[in-house]
Design a protein around this ligand. Structure first.
Ligand code: ADP
Length: 275
């Protein structure tokens, strides 16, 4: 369970990025965080694990107040929070397996990680996770030989290898095509349910958020302007979150993307029929 209360962040520049944000996340719930650029989504995600120091407010993870921890305890607490990033953040020259095992680095003594000797159970778990995310056949491939979707699957497996109590996910599909984006969102939400993991997913794509998350939080100018079920996200709420102009532009963008995808599918079918 994650409890965020009165979270506020004013940057040194005077930018008020978050104002009095409060919510609780039960086990296994996946929240989509939406809002226009500059609304404070990244700041919120980063304040939760204190990559950005909140100005005020509290964050509690399973009873422990993260916002009060000193440096050492914070490092320990961060091991319990898995992060998945847009840019995959893999080590290019390492294999898929090594990248997943790097999720254990916070737990493995330095000398063992230095020689890349991980305990047997960690390796067994990594194999299991790679199987779960559909990468059993690519265990020994180098990260730089993978497609975008495969890289994101490694990112998911690595975060789970950490045995986290919370997942923070920043724009997981921003660099992926629409079909792969849906596969990745489906996988993410499934593994969260299976592991009873709460997750916050900063997601640019409202349609994807609606399709795959259990709950949506909408931010506008640092304030929570919506907190509800995906089906409660009406046109008027979306206009409130994004503003009239931005929301119309986003809708248009989404329709164009769908059209392009349909065309690509058609072309692929034609090619397959000809072959
Ligand atoms: P989002 O992720 O929704 O695009 P951000 O959290 O990145 O929004 O930004 C929220 C606000 O905080 C914006 O006004 C942005 O300019 C400001 N901001 C973000 N990061 C910094 C920073 N490091 N220093 C100063 N202002 C920042």
């Amino acid at each position: 369970m994650l409890d965020v209360t009165g979270l506020t962040k004013t940057y040194a520049t005077g930018d008020k990025a978050l104002s009095d944000v409060s919510f609780s996340l039960p086990e296994g719930q996946v929240v989509g965080l939406i809002g226009p650029s500059g609304a404070g989504k990244s700041t919120l995600i980063r304040c939760i694990n204190r990559l950005v120091e909140p100005t005020s407010g509290t964050v509690r993870l399973n009873g422990q107040e993260l916002t009060r921890l000193g440096a050492r305890d914070l490092r320990r607490a961060r091991r319990r929070i898995g992060m998945i990033f847009q840019e995959y953040a893999l080590v290019e020259r390492l294999t898929v397996m090594e990248n997943v095992l790097s999720g254990r680095l916070g737990y493995v003594p330095f000398w063992r990680s230095f020689t890349r000797r991980f305990p047997g159970p960690d390796i067994a778990r990594a194999f299991q996770l790679l199987d779960r995310v559909g990468l059993s056949a690519h265990v020994d491939k180098r990260a730089d030989a993978l497609s975008g979707g495969q890289r994101q699957r490694v990112g998911i497996a690595r975060a789970l290898e950490q045995e986290p109590e919370l997942l923070l996910v920043d724009e997981p599909t921003a660099s992926l095509d629409p079909r792969t984006s849906r596969q990745i969102m489906r996988l993410l939400t499934e593994v969260c349910r299976e592991n009873r993991l709460p997750a916050i997913v900063n997601i640019h794509d409202v349609v994807l958020a609606q399709q795959f998350t259990d709950r949506i939080i909408g931010l506008r100018a640092g304030r929570m302007v919506f907190d509800g079920r995906p089906e409660q996200l009406t046109q008027s709420v979306l206009t409130e979150i994004y503003g009239e102009e931005d929301w119309n532009a986003m809708k248009k963008g989404a329709a164009e993307q769908d059209e392009a995808e349909a065309e690509a599918l058609d072309a692929a079918r034609r090619l397959a029929a000809e072959a």
